[in-house]
Ligand binder design. Structure first.
Ligand code: CMP
Length: 142
C-alpha cells in the first residue's frame, strides 16, 4: 500500500448509534475516497491482536472490551498524504481536546469511545489494512 492510503475504523459507539453515514460523508468531504469497506463484529482475539501495540497500557482490556461490544466498520481510504490528512480530519484522541469540526469533536463520546480509529504511520496503515483486507479487495479509486 502506498503513502496515499490509510486504514480507519468507525468504532462500535459511532456505528451502533447510527453515525456511520454522517462520518463517511464527512471523510468524503475532506477528500477521501473509500477503496474498501466492511461491517464486522470483532472477536476478542481479533481486537486484542489489532491493538497488540497497546497491550501493556492500563486501558488495553477495556479497549478490547469496547471494540468487541458491537459491530464496527473498517475502511481503507485514499487521498494525498492520507495518514497525516486523516489524523488531522479526525482530531485528538480525546474529543474534549479535539479541534472544532473534527470527526471526534462532532461524534465521539470519550477518550476511549472516540468514534473512529486512524493509522498513525504509513507502516501501520499497511499492516492495519492487511489485517482486514486483501490486496484484491482494494478498489483502484478514480
Ligand atoms: P485509537 O486511535 O483507536 O488508538 C488506541 C485507542 O485506545 C484510542 O483510539 C482510544 O480508543 C483508546 N485510548 C487511548 N488512550 C486511552 C486512555 N487514556 N483511556 C482509555 N482509552 C484510551
Amino acid at each position: 500500500m502506498a503513502g496515499n492510503r490509510t486504514l480507519t475504523i468507525i468504532k462500535p459507539d459511532a456505528f451502533g448509534s447510527g453515525k456511520a453515514g454522517k462520518i463517511i460523508a464527512h471523510l468524503e468531504g475532506a477528500g477521501f475516497r473509500v477503496v474498501a469497506a466492511r461491517v464486522t463484529h470483532l472477536s476478542e482475539a481479533e481486537a486484542g491482536a489489532f491493538y497488540q501495540v497497546h497491550r501493556e497500557r492500563p486501558f488495553y482490556r477495556s479497549l478490547v472490551s469496547f471494540m468487541t461490544s458491537g459491530a464496527c466498520m473498517p475502511m481503507v481510504l485514499e487521498r494525498d498524504d492520507a495518514v497525516a490528512a486523516l489524523r488531522s480530519t479526525i482530531g485528538a484522541t480525546d474529543p474534549a481536546e479535539a479541534a472544532a469540526g473534527t470527526v471526534r469533536k462532532l461524534f465521539a463520546e470519550s477518550k476511549e469511545r472516540n468514534a473512529i480509529h486512524a493509522s498513525d504511520s504509513d507502516e501501520n496503515a499497511t499492516r492495519e489494512s492487511g489485517f482486514f483486507f486483501s490486496e484484491t479487495e482494494l478498489v483502484r479509486a478514480r
